[in-house]
Unconditional design. Sequence first.
Length: 568
Amino acid sequence: MKKLILLITVICACYSCSDDILDLTPIDQISEASVWNDAKLTQAYHTNLYNVIQHGYKIHMQMKATDESFNSISWDIGNYSRGNINPDNITSVANTHWTGGGNVYFWNTGFSYLRKINLFLDKMEETSLEFGNKAQLIAEAKFLRAYTYFQFIERFGGVPIITETYNLGDEYSFERNTFAECVAFIEADLTAAIADLPARYASSDGNFGRATGDAAKALKSRMLLYAASPLFSPTKDLAKWQKAADAAEALLTSGYTLHGDYEELFNQPSGSANNEIIFSKQFSATNFHQAPMHNLGRRYGAYGGWWSSNGPSQNLVDDYDMTNGEPPFIYSGSGKTYTKTINPASGYDPQNPYANRDPRLDASVIHDESEYHGDTFEMWVSPNGSTYGFDSYKQSSDNPRSNYIIRKFMPDDNTDISWQTNYTNPWIIFRLGEIYLNYAEAKFELGDEATARLYLSKVRERTSVDMPAIPDNVTGEDLRKRIYNERRVELAFEEHRLWDVKRWKIAEDIENRPIYGMDIIKDGNVKTYTPVLLLDRTFLPEMYLLPIERSEILRNDGTITQTPGWDN
């Protein structure tokens, strides 16, 4: 046993200095007693718990830990893509790092909020205050606890299950629970929460963004999909895949529909009508983000993700199908030695690489000759490098070297792009498109390939996308590849890719493939497009799960064991 030191933090600004010589309550602080003896303050405390839900509108987005982008920096989240993470520097990829760290390491933030959630639940058992919605407040807290634990298990596997509230000076001894025990705990919290939550709120409702029964079902769908996946269930337990399918199916008839315009789905202000979103982190004029200024290039006075490090990769661009439904490339080999050849059935032209592609490419990525905000983008360079387009990396270090810029999440033509604009488009946590993909994957693993193709095709047939359905003759491993690739392009940049390639146990292949960009040479009026190697990445087998910060292990005298593979 040892004394609690730092793992779980004390609630911020809730302790007064009552032992002052004059025994005066500071007027700039709220005492703990005041919080739990005032219903409005208690509800304000409860609202603060939602800050455990992170968003991806960071200077350094999580995409740069994956093959979705070229990560030009060798520090911070660059440690991850270069295989340099270890128990001593893992917090450099945490959301608490000054640049955001891509939300990869969640341990400190998660356990800090876990204490606050458990404290709230404890106080709700003791309180004599009257709340018109007490059961709902408790249910929302349980949803947030379940969400927190899901963030833990996708990163670390099994972690300590803590339901008690510890204070400074309390004795404790924490040990890791198994992954299966954590899954059961999350599932129990979600089942309890669903019973006391409204099914949903309209997107225009002021409560939209608070937990609902459907949000809890969506979290259960994602969590059970992960639990059935090869990383966490290497024996392919069909009972787990059935639970994953059932969890997704529970949302298929809940009244959600795919938003017709894929681009608009991600750039509408919070509160806009959008029947695809199940749960999201909302923003307002006073609680806003500046994602466009983080991700766009010099044309708009932005900086492309700091050191132009949020530039989408050629690897991602290559995986958008042609409009005839065929993938442009056929891959062979794996990891650093993989190769690709043009699929002869696709009609892909390497010197006209963006023609006749899945419309989600243009809705997600700005490339050479893209039209956006009334501008035509120019990523070209002359043969001798003396002249270049305005959006080329040669023109400004704020333009990504990959020669691609994020378009997904960026404003429409009617919204100003400037540091003076407060952007409020939400960060989507759960949406129907993901649920369709969850269902397709689970049904495929259960052997129901027809249903898997049907729900893949539903995603592809969105009005603005209108891609061909998956043909009936795509079966077996070819269908699995289609399922994996459909998640890749449909959910691009939405913080799924890193965890998907891990749970599928394909990261040693995918995350060891070098990252490419596209060089465009303009000689007179003729352009030549040539992929260019930008980063030779490293993914080690131990990276399937994250290490725990070494100082955290030491603080716990080794009662919390290090993640396997990171012991040295």
